[in-house]
Write a protein that binds this ligand. Structure first.
Ligand code: ATP
Ligand code: MG
Length: 559
């Protein structure tokens, strides 16, 4: 899969190159450490491409490790979805899947080591007291009265904490660092808390659990990680990461390197908020095609290579930035433009009767699957007396700019003949119900003589087409930065899903398999829905329009 990846230089590659050249490391070991408390989103895709991608580029290894130190929230379904997403994106983890919980015994032993070295103590301050002792950004904290208790006493209490002798929250183990540190994370952070909670992997073995900061660095070191690549919010945690590893007996000391998160306009990348959209029913599940989750994008028809390409294009820096949705959509268009076979689908059918075409005749015509790529072959399309075109492709009168069918004028049917509209049939309310047209039998693959059709439109045969449900997706949020709103739910686009029933698609699409992608000519890129599409009920999702219609709207609005 590494075929497409251009490998632009960036500050992380520079560090890795230097480490390999200097002999500090012989090979590269990274890890991707998601917390299984939700589905992965497009931001995680960046982290995946960096951690797995860099390891791959340097012939190294990347581990997949579930950060499951927070037993309340972990769910097996999330873990399963995460492994599926990583694989679908095209990556493979090294060896078995790891879990922070696999290291609970070792973590406990390192905690005792810190106590023995008088670098950790059991504190009996309540959570509120601890908070008030902690100080503020401009004010130093105060030492807890328990800070200087003999380490033998802390050790005994810590063992009793483990044995379940105390109530949840009654005491905690804290690292003894510096209550006056300008970095709040270094003001004697809690490293173990009492929490009677069943853990999915360790059951009820533990009633004390290590904190993220204590767990993460040690897990990295136990896995011989060379470069621990994470997002900028961990920058202030790095001194603690280093402090822990400097003070326990462990040989490995990974280098934590932070890069900026991927933020995408018109969507959100916070699992908490995405969870709200799911649980409160604003979308149909984590993998709703409108969601910025990897599984949502997959169901929408975005390809793994387009997502990887997009992530690389956004760059790897420390600069905080927000990327326009159109950048992601353009990567998808480019990828599908090359890969997706063409097909014809009429979303809002308008019937045409070709008055000069024989009643019982059906012609089989061949249409190329891709205009620029012959190797993608051809398919059969059927031409008959009754056809459908899209309602939007006809007007009774129009100016010169309208390059479709107009009463009294002619147009070319894609891959077929030129037709001329002779008459319009309307119902009692004046709605157009049918067009009467004539076809020019001398125009298959050649220009008509003596007149020039206005344009080219798509169509399907009435008898040789299939009904389909078409789901048109649009952006989930109306504003570029929904997270900035007081209540992000008020910025939801109420028209983010339009279900078109009664569309007609060409016969060849009856063979489409779930997740097959197509360009429906003149309409956009579509894929057969991963779950709902069946041979006897065709369901297609619009992945992306052919052009960026939002750019037009936004340009108009800013004029
Ligand atoms: P969220 O804020 O959505 O809950 P998180 O950071 O809590 O995300 P984790 O499961 O802990 O989610 O993330 C796993 C890895 O993915 C971390 O290393 C984190 O830095 C990275 N990551 C999360 N969000 C982004 C993002 N928007 N851009 C790049 N990397 C991200
Ligand atoms: Mg996190």
């Amino acid at each position: 899969m590494s075929t497409e990846a251009p490998k632009p230089a960036n500050f992380i590659r520079n560090i890795i190159n230097t480490d390999l050249e200097s002999g500090k490391h012989q090979s590269v070991q990274t890890r991707f450490p998601p917390e299984p408390n939700g589905f992965l989103h497009v931001g995680h895709a960046k982290s995946i491409c960096i951690n797995f991608g860099f390891a791959q580029d340097y012939n190294g290894h990347c581990n997949l490790r579930f950060d499951d130190t927070n037993p309340a929230k972990e769910e097996l379904a999330y873990a399963k979805a995460i492994t599926e997403d990583v694989q679908w994106l095209g990556f493979k983890w090294s060896g078995e899947i790891r879990h922070a919980a696999d290291y609970f015994d070792q973590l406990y032993a390192y905690a005792e080591e810190l106590i023995e070295k008088d670098l950790a103590y059991v504190d009996e301050l309540s959570a509120d007291e601890m908070k008030s002792y902690r100080g503020t950004l401009v004010e130093a904290g105060k030492n807890s009265p328990y800070r200087n208790r003999p380490n033998s006493e802390s050790l005994e209490l810590f063992r009793k904490m483990r044995a379940g002798d105390f109530a949840d929250g009654a005491m905690a183990l804290r690292a003894k660092i510096d209550m006056a540190s300008p970095n709040m994370n270094m003001r004697d952070p809690v490293i173990y808390r009492i929490k009677r909670q069943h853990h999915i992997r360790t059951g009820d073995k533990w009633c004390i659990y290590p904190t993220y900061d204590f767990t993460h660095c040690i897990s990295d070191a136990l896995e011989s990680v060379t470069h621990s690549l994470c997002t900028l919010e961990f920058e202030d945690h790095r001194p603690l990461y280093d402090w822990v590893l400097d003070n326990i007996s462990i040989d490995c000391h990974p280098q934590q390197i932070e890069f900026s998160r991927l933020n995408l306009e018109h969507t959100i990348t916070s699992k908490r908020k995405l969870n709200k959209l799911v649980t409160e029913g604003y979308v149909n599940g984590w993998d709703d095609p409108r969601m910025p989750t990897i599984s949502g994008m997959r169901r929408r028809g975005f390809t793994a290579s387009a997502i990887r390409d997009f992530v690389i294009r956004t760059g790897v820096t420390k600069k905080v930035h927000t990327v326009e949705m159109s950048l992601l959509e353009n990567s998808v268009r480019e990828d599908l433009g090359e890969k997706a076979p063409r097909a014809m689908a009429v979303l809002k059918p308008l019937k045409i009767t070709l008055t000069n075409y024989p009643e019982d005749k059906t012609e089989e015509l061949m249409a190329p699957n891709h205009p620029q790529n012959e190797s993608m072959g051809e398919r059969k399309i059927y031409f008959s007396k009754e056809i459908y075109i899209d309602q939007a492709d006809f007007r009774e009168s129009a100016n010169k700019k309208y390059k479709r069918l107009v009463l009294g004028k002619s147009v070319r049917l894609r891959n077929a003949y030129v037709i001329t509209c002779d008459d319009v049939i309307k119902d009692a309310d004046g709605n157009i119900t049918e067009l009467l047209c004539s076809y020019d039998p001398n125009t298959l693959g050649k220009n008509p003589e003596g007149y020039k059709p206005k344009g080219v439109i798509h169509w399907v045969s009435a008898s040789h087409s299939k009904p389909a449900e078409i789901r048109l997706y649009d952006r989930l949020f109306n504003v570029p930065n929904p997270a900035a709103a007081d209540d992000f739910l008020t910025t939801i686009n109420p028209n983010s899903l339009e279900v078109v029933d009664g569309a007609r698609v060409e016969m060849s699409l009856a063979n489409a398999k779930p997740e097959d992608t197509f360009q429906f000519e003149r309409e956009g890129y579509f894929c057969a829905d991963r779950y709902d599409h069946q041979t006897d009920k065709l369901v297609f999702n619009r992945t992306v329009t052919l052009r960026d219609s939002w750019a037009k709207i936004e340009a108009k609005e800013t004029k």
